[in-house]
Design a protein around this ligand. Structure first.
Ligand code: HEC
Ligand code: HEC
Length: 307
């Protein structure tokens, strides 16, 4: 007993002496970093960048997040709503639950259905904690009074009620589940690609009803957002990015430069500028690692070949 006590006191003495100033500083920094990680507002700011919310919810030359950006689709023109915390024109009165239901179920607080131009079929995979952190960040931002612009749709499509049929056919709410057979990095990449960064919302071809085709995930389309050509980013060596290294993929997400040093443009340029470039190197590497594991699909919407 006595001996044990001596050893214990000796440990205390030695550790006290060896706690040097740089060590104290390092411990304080680590504690600070951990606190930042736990702060939902800060976490939400990061997640919002990964999820590209600002790009869609900001009009050209408009106030960030106040909405009004038009989306021309084969079904009509939609306008993104104001998601600042303004009580009258934004989402200031929404509860966490209402916000989560919008992202997870595609349902408005009054029970009406959203149109899938709001990519809830992808955000449904987001965890509740991440959705609530995004809301905490949004609610830390200035409230902007700006009324929503109504969508301009042909009468039949305009019926939100029709959306319940669409959902019945093409949507099932489900949070992302990590696959224990894959590495932590690949799972993280899968979460980023399929839940937050919504790569498939642009890179996956759609059927006649605007639903993503799960059998050709990420295989590219000539009919992307606003009729854009969006290349195949599956690992197919001839038509996809199978020849690209993981470093090439990280580079394009971080700098917007392809392996041939040509800059990406269009909505990909926006996705990089407004969000993807701000992700940590670990997250970008995780995205690259995951993209290497998805099924290769041959599709003529060819990626930039690597010379
Ligand atoms: C591709 C463009 C796009 C992206 C990306 C996007 N949104 Fe939206 N969002 C829309 C559109 C368009 C609507 C309107 C849908 C409707 O009226 O049915 C909408 C609706 C919403 C609504 C409902 C608001 C209301 O008043 O009912 C919320 C909340 C929302 N988005 C939050 C987000 C968040 C948070 C993100 C990022 C995680 C995000 N959106 C990303 C286009 C987008
Ligand atoms: C808002 C739509 C949109 C989103 C979201 C999006 N992309 Fe893209 N992406 C595009 C478009 C459009 C291009 C073609 C740009 C060009 O040709 O200049 C492109 C090009 C690329 C390229 C270059 C391919 C080539 O052949 O040059 C890669 C790689 C890529 N995207 C990966 C991703 C990944 C990974 C994600 C998700 C983290 C993502 N994209 C999200 C629209 C999008």
């Amino acid at each position: 007993m006595q001996a044990a006590r001596f050893v214990f006191e000796e440990i205390v003495r030695v550790t006290r002496v060896s706690i040097s100033l740089p060590l104290v500083a390092a411990l304080a920094l680590a504690a600070f970093a951990a606190a930042a990680q736990d702060d939902p507002v800060e976490r939400g700011a990061y997640l919002l960048k990964a999820a590209g919310c600002v790009t869609c919810h900001t009009a050209k030359d408009g106030t960030p997040l106040a909405g009004g950006r038009p989306f021309k689709t084969p079904f009509g023109t939609f306008y993104s709503p104001n998601i600042t915390p303004d009580n009258e024109t934004g989402i200031g009165r929404w509860s966490d639950e209402q916000f989560y239901r919008a992202l997870h179920d595609g349902v408005r607080p009054d029970g009406a259905h959203y149109f899938p131009v709001f990519p809830y079929p992808t955000y449904t995979r987001m965890t509740r904690a991440d959705a609530v952190a995004i809301k905490a960040y949004l609610f830390s931002q200035p409230a902007v009074r700006q009324a929503n612009r109504p969508h301009s749709l042909p009468p039949v499509v305009g019926w939100r009620e029709m959306q319940s049929g669409w959902k019945f056919l093409y949507f099932s709410p489900a949070e992302f589940k990590a696959d224990p057979a894959l590495s932590a990095a690949v799972n993280r990449g899968a979460y980023l690609v399929t839940a937050l960064a919504h790569c498939g919302e642009c890179h996956t071809p759609r059927n006649a009803f605007g639903a993503l085709d799960p059998t050709r995930a990420l295989a590219g389309t000539t009919d992307g957002p606003g009729g854009e050509r969006v290349p195949n980013i599956t690992p197919d060596p001839e038509t996809g990015i199978g020849q690209w290294s993981e470093g090439d993929i990280v580079q394009i997400l971080k700098t917007g430069l392809k392996p041939d040093y040509d800059a990406v443009g269009g909505s990909m340029g926006e996705a990089v500028n407004n969000g993807l470039q701000h992700l940590t190197d670990d997250d970008l590497k995780a995205i690259a690692a995951y993209l290497k594991t998805v099924p290769a699909v041959k599709n003529a919407v060819k990626a930039t070949p690597k010379k």
